[in-house]
Ligand binder design. Structure first.
Ligand SMILES: NC(=O)c1ccc[n+]([C@@H]2O[C@H](COP(=O)([O-])OP(=O)(O)OC[C@H]3O[C@@H](n4cnc5c(N)ncnc54)[C@H](OP(=O)(O)O)[C@@H]3O)[C@@H](O)[C@H]2O)c1
Length: 399
């Protein structure tokens, strides 16, 4: 029985993970959950899964959760809160496997601590690899534990890499759906609304990643994530637009062979792969191969989607630049979602923050968090200069 802790249990990935666990009751057990503010969902999960420990956003939510659980008749669950509570969940002594699916840098510390505690980590939270990938992968190597990608593209690459050795890899091809604005002329971008940007053509995901998909920053983050997970330079990680999202990614080997992974567009599949690796177990997620008709591929348009160019530039520089890339994007996306800035302002905010950020290697998580705070400050300033007012964007220590 594999014992699982889920960071971000109320989110899209967290809920998909619980659906996988539900399908294999004899294989997986939930021991700890960390969430933010969605107490209704947390109470339901506590009733269904009876975890030993639950962490929520802060003390106020913890109090409300205690009351909710009492009313629901759920006993014997330890409740904690904030960033330290999330770390407690991530390092719970009974957990063997931690699913890292908190959105943004809020999940960074706990993910790092899980790796440091020798847990096997299934990584959905790409932002923590963007901000602190060098430190997290170094710690995983030290612990001798795999970091198993849940992000569908990296999960696909992980699967394809089983067909060859790292020194035989020519390059990785990350596929991108292109998002909802693939066919929209650049001149119309300034008028894009939040509602249009949240309407992703192929995947149903949380708000931040959906907007990041619309700007192609999500693909930029994935380039950095791939560089760090597979120890490759940015020029060996290439992006191609593939609107059907059927092929989740490919690996090209030095002899010219290309291995591609395709399957249904359902995040339960990469989650199942990570949870059972190195085994594969039977599932009902069948891809109707005989229905396969039409696969299109095209290069990404970095003029129209400057976020992808910015991500490659940050990937080349590494360290503080990738921390700033993620922090500025998080602030800019939040400002866009609340209507403070327009769609085309998102890359402008990020480019300005990157321009003001010195290159520098990150030596510790503390240093990453400091650089992150500084980049957020710069990004908020820039948002205000553009004309928007900002609300405080979720900070690092759960406040
Ligand atoms: N969704 C996908 O298909 C997909 C695919 C690949 C990668 N990813 C990555 O996976 C991560 C999660 O994505 P998602 O789509 O599942 O996001 P989501 O639906 O927005 O869920 C985010 C989760 O994080 C929790 N959370 C937010 N701030 C927190 C904090 N300060 N402390 C504790 N918990 C906090 C939320 O809790 P509450 O809701 O309770 O507030 C929720 O459980 C992201 O990094 C994303 O890039 C997602």
């Amino acid at each position: 029985m594999k014992k699982i802790a889920i960071l971000g249990s109320t989110g899209s990935i967290g809920q998909s993970t619980l659906r996988v666990v539900e399908s294999y009751p004899d294989r997986f057990e939930v021991v700890a959950l960390a969430a933010g503010k969605n107490l209704e969902s947390v109470v339901e999960q506590a009733k269904r899964w009876t975890p030993r420990l639950i962490s929520v956003a802060d003390g106020r939510h913890a109090e409300a959760l205690r009351a909710g659980l009492k009313k629901a008749g759920v006993e014997d669950v330890e409740i904690t809160c904030g960033a330290s509570g999330t770390v407690q969940v991530a390092t719970h002594p009974y957990a063997d496997f931690v699913v890292s699916a908190i959105v943004g840098v809020a999940g960074l510390e706990a993910t790092y601590e899980a790796v440091k505690a020798g847990k096997t980590v299934g990584l959905a939270n790409k932002e923590c690899l963007v901000a602190a990938g060098e430190l997290i992968t170094a710690e995983a190597r030290k612990q001798g534990k795999p970091l198993l990608p849940i992000d569908s593209e990296h999960n696909a690459v992980h699967q394809c890499l089983r067909g060859g050795k790292m020194h035989e890899v020519e390059c990785i091809w990350l596929t991108a759906s292109g998002g909802p604005f693939l066919g929209t002329p650049a001149r119309d971008f300034a008028q894009i609304t939040v509602e249009q940007a949240l309407n992703h053509p192929t995947w149903k995901m949380g708000q931040r990643i959906t907007i990041d998909s619309a700007t192609l920053m999500n693909k930029g983050f994935e380039v950095i994530e791939a560089c760090r997970l597979f120890n490759l330079p940015p020029d060996q990680v290439k992006v191609m637009v593939h609107p059907q999202s059927t092929i989740h990614s490919m690996v090209e080997f030095v002899d010219g062979s290309i291995l591609a992974q395709f399957s249904v567009t359902d995040m339960r599949l990469p989650i199942l792969y990570a949870l059972t690796y190195p085994e594969r177990i039977a599932s009902d997620m069948r891809f109707p191969v005989m229905n396969l008709r039409h696969l299109e591929f095209q290069p990404p348009d970095v003029e129209k989607f400057p976020c992808l160019r910015l991500a490659y530039e940050a990937a080349e520089a590494g360290g503080a630049k990738t921390v700033a890339l993620n922090a500025a994007d998080e602030v800019a996306v939040a400002a866009f979602l609340e209507g403070s800035i327009g769609f085309t302002d998102i890359p402008q905010v990020i480019e300005a923050v990157l321009g003001e950020t010195e290159t520098g290697k990150m030596e510790s998580i503390k240093q990453v968090l400091e650089s992150d705070s500084e980049a957020r400050r710069l990004a908020r300033e820039r948002v205000i200069r553009i004309g928007g007012a900002t609300r405080p964007v979720p900070a690092l220590r759960g406040d």
